[in-house]
Design a protein around this ligand. Structure first.
Ligand code: T4K
Length: 394
């Protein structure tokens, strides 16, 4: 295959993105109909009926007592930390979206970065205990790329050391561990409903928990700390979800099964075609339960593939395939953590190695046959034309 980097036309006219929102026609129609009701009621935010309905539905799906909808997952995580009055240190992986660490440091809680397990890419249980100090108050596990953390192992450690256990479940809407949906694990789990996620409300998120006291506190925190008219009892802030966002969420719920099928189809299509390229390995998902197949993640072994991950990315972008290096280079190498903890990398060898090899490919196509074989052919051509590509990019 002649590649754009060699002078050919890009394989795709339109850009293909990781995280392109999936909004089926039925969802759009339901959204507009929901919004007609919102305009009729003339009630746009502050715990409206759309938000309340969405909370009930999301709690039901995840089999938890409480769902508190918020404006995004980052604020949601901050609310959980604030509600538990966590201070001191929190152990979390560096291999995550930077918001997981920011939500801690924003409240002057020191993020202590833990390495990840090479296969699952999630926090390495074997290393967590060695990072616990007198100041440690909590551990955050991050369910990544549609897979779920080793919940039992983390619970055991946290129970033993009397630590709170929180899950960043931004990627995990609808994921299962064995036969249990995520949501009720640990003290709280935080979902993201960002536009790029499996389930989106444009911007948004939710805290799932079975802890009624925690849920009540967060409800106050997201509304400036108001306990009633003119009565503020806490240092709250504005973290509310709007009716428009909730209307989008409610419109999407009936289409989740078709969306899951589409993403699953995309994943298996990649798996079928990627099978025979030396140096390209697909991350397995759904290993310990059910995945939402939201991400298609590959690892590039430079020796076997003969071209580095970054050169491959460069070639893909020229073809309008906007793959992404989530979560390169790891939080510990981003500001301000690289300045605060310049030696953190020494304890994070797997994180460092993974961040250099990982690549997320676009997914969510209605008809994967139209896209996936071509994307895979580009990758194959890069390998087959390695010498030429290396000359062109050096
Ligand atoms: N924890 C984890 C593990 C997370 O991954 C995230 C967020 C969070 C916590 C925090 O959740 P929130 O506070 O956001 O609710 C994007 C998302 O903004 C972010 O939500 C997400 N993770 C992260 C993995 O991806 P960026 O900076 O890479 O976004 P951006 O604008 O480059 O968009 C990504 C791709 O999606 C682009 O290639 C274009 C495409 N896109 C994006 C948007 C917004 C679309 O096609 N349409 C769109 O509307 O962070």
């Amino acid at each position: 295959m002649e590649l754009a980097i060699m002078g050919s036309r890009p394989a795709f006219k339109e850009p293909l993105y990781v995280g392109q929102p999936i909004v089926e026609k039925k969802v759009r129609d339901r959204y507009f109909s929901n919004m007609a009701g919102v305009f009729k009621r003339n009630y746009f935010t502050n715990n409206g009926i759309m938000v309340q309905k969405l909370e009930m539905e999301v709690a039901k799906i995840h089999r938890v007592k409480h769902c508190v909808a918020v404006c995004n997952a980052t604020i949601g995580q901050m609310f959980v930390l604030k509600a538990f009055e966590i201070k001191g240190e929190i152990i979390l992986p560096s291999f995550t979206f930077v918001s997981t660490a920011h939500a801690c440091l924003w409240q002057n809680i020191k993020p202590v970065f833990c390495d990840i397990d090479k296969r699952s890419l999630m926090i390495d249980l074997g290393k967590v205990e060695s990072l616990i100090t007198k100041k440690t108050c909590a551990v955050i596990g991050v369910h990544l790329f549609g897979n779920v953390c080793d919940v039992k192992g983390l619970e055991k450690i946290c129970n033993k050391h009397k630590l709170k256990l929180i899950f960043d479940a931004a990627h995990a809407f609808g994921c299962y561990l064995n036969n249990m949906p995520i949501g009720g694990f640990g003290n709280a789990e935080i979902l993201s409903f960002h536009a790029t996620k499996f389930f989106n409300t444009f911007e948004g998120g939710a805290i799932l928990t079975n802890d009624s006291e925690l849920s009540n506190r967060i409800k106050f925190l997201r509304n400036f700390g108001f306990r009633g008219y003119d009565d503020v009892g806490y240092l709250g802030i504005n973290g509310k979800m709007s009716e428009s966002s909730a209307a989008m969420g409610l419109a999407s719920l009936p289409s989740l099964r078709t969306r899951l099928e589409r993403l699953e189809n995309n994943y298996y299509s990649y798996r079928k075609y990627l099978n025979h390229i030396p140096g390209i390995e697909l991350l397995s998902v759904g290993v310990s339960g059910r995945s939402n197949y939201q991400y298609v993640v590959v690892f590039v072994d430079k020796e076997k593939f003969r071209v580095s991950r970054d050169t491959l990315l460069h070639v893909l972008v020229k073809e309008n395939v906007f793959a992404r290096r989530y979560f390169y280079p790891g939080c510990h190498r981003m500001g301000p953590y690289n300045i605060l903890y310049p030696n953190a990398y020494k304890n994070l060898p797997i994180t460092e190695d993974t961040a250099e090899r990982i690549l997320c490919l676009p997914t969510g196509f209605k008809n994967p046959q139209k896209y996936v074989p071509t994307i895979v052919n580009i990758i194959k051509s890069v390998h087959e034309n390695a010498d030429r590509i290396l000359k062109l990019t050096s």
